[in-house]
Design a protein around this ligand. Structure first.
Ligand SMILES: C[S@@+](CC[C@H](N)C(=O)[O-])C[C@H]1O[C@@H](n2cnc3c(N)ncnc32)[C@H](O)[C@@H]1O
Length: 395
């Protein structure tokens, strides 16, 4: 505690001054001493003059401070009426400071912006023109109900045609993994066709997806480029959505730790002539229609604080699906991937669409999480399996 000391360098502290119109009692001075002993000097210090107390604040674990101050107030039997208790007064003022940074569990009240490399971030974003490619869209904000005959249904058919039966703006979130054109042995559809044909079909389906998505709705596409063909599908798909005025919200890297590829071609072994790069991950590209914000009722949020903190870090370590043989499908994604996407980007009761639903991983998890769903796949066999997975859910 510094008493009657005026030459102390108080730069770097926010000052809370309290005129109390009397001298502090010996009990109050003792509490100040104990508080200063308990916390680092760099966090705060008191300055006491005749009838005035100045609390110099730099950073604070506010909960720990409050807990200890309350403990001392009880121990020294101070008056607990706020207006008579100098410590309560100071705590009230600290709580009213709304602008602070957080570091290692402490609130930082001074210079917390100093380390930020970019100052005036917001005005700079405005000047640069955030998502300029998606401005001046003609998306309507009107919401249409998904007709009852499609709600919680698995539909067998070509998505391009099935989706045409749905009204505009009736789906909250689309999560899907289209065929990657690797040449997989799907039940019905051809995989491994000429790239131009592939993209023209894929984009015909995605055009319908954009139309049926509500304003503020999200479409999230899981893809893996075919590196051996040097076709960056994830970039081509992203360009398609941006050309169609959707906002690119970001990209999640799904780390599968798929080390099988360790043993595949090296390209030019030990030579820079043409080394072949290897990947153990896939991508999730996220797009928004019209607005980055999605409205929904607070009561329908089901993500926990811990999940949120973990999942906004956009690299997800999730093992690939292990039961593909059991379900007889060559390219399923794991349930955990869907669980995270739906909890992070949608509300309970939202309508989830997967236009390449396969054996129904998306629709299964959507049902488990209390969302409504529509799953479409061209294979009757896969659709039957998707329905079976839904029937097995008891909740
Ligand atoms: C990568 S798989 C999706 C697997 C799914 N995520 C799962 O976990 O079961 C792609 C699916 O798209 C389906 N498909 C291909 N062309 C289609 C089309 N035009 N309309 C609907 N489904 C199609 C295939 O039958 C295949 O099941």
């Amino acid at each position: 505690m510094i008493k009657n000391e005026s030459d102390r360098d108080v730069q770097g502290y926010k000052v809370i001054e309290k005129e109390i119109g009397r001298s502090l009692s010996s009990k109050e001075l003792e509490i100040i001493k104990k508080l200063e002993e308990k916390f680092p000097r760099s966090d705060f210090f008191f300055q006491v003059n005749d009838s005035e107390v100045a609390f110099h604040l730099n950073s604070l674990d506010l909960n720990a401070f409050k807990e200890y101050a309350n403990h001392l107030i009880k121990e020294y039997e101070l008056d607990v009426q706020t207006e008579k208790n100098i410590f309560f007064e100071i705590i009230k003022e600290i709580e009213n400071i709304k602008s602070y940074g957080i570091k290692s569990g402490k609130r930082i009240y001074v210079d917390y912006n100093k380390e930020k490399k970019v100052q005036n971030r917001r005005s700079k974003i405005l000047r640069r023109g955030a998502y300029f490619y998606a401005l001046n869209n003609n998306f309507s904000e009107k919401v249409n109900e998904l007709p009852e005959k499609f709600v919680n249904k698995i539909i067998c058919g070509d998505s391009e045609h099935v989706l045409k039966q749905l009204p505009d703006n009736c789906i909250d979130i689309i999560f899907t993994s289209p065929p990657y054109n690797f040449g997989l042995d799907y039940d019905t559809s051809e995989d491994g066709i000429d790239w131009n044909r592939y993209f023209s079909k894929l984009f015909a389906v995605f055009k319908e997806c954009i139309r049926v998505l509500k304003y503020g709705g999200r479409i999230i596409v899981n893809v893996q480029p075919l590196f051996s063909d040097y076709i960056p599908i994830h970039h081509i798909i992203s360009n398609f959505f941006m050309d169609n005025k959707l906002i690119w919200k970001g990209e999640i890297l799904w780390e599968k730790h798929n080390y099988n590829c360790k043993y595949t071609a090296w390209g030019s072994w030990k030579s820079p002539s043409n080394p072949y790069l290897k990947y153990t991950w896939e991508f999730l590209e996220i797009f928004c229609k019209g607005d980055l914000k999605k409205t929904g009722s607070r009561g329908n949020i089901d993500i926990t604080g811990d999940e949120f903190k973990k999942w906004v870090y956009a690299k997800w370590d999730i093992a690939p699906e292990r039961n593909m043989k059991e379900w007889g499908h060559p390219a399923m994604f794991p349930e955990e991937l869907v669980r995270r996407v739906l909890k992070l980007f949608s509300y309970r009761k939202d309508i989830v669409l997967d236009p390449f639903n396969g054996v129904g991983t998306t629709t299964k998890v959507a049902k488990e999480l209390g969302r409504r769903y529509v799953g479409i796949d061209i294979s009757e066999e896969y659709c039957k399996k998707a329905e079976k997975r839904l029937e097995e859910i008891t909740c």
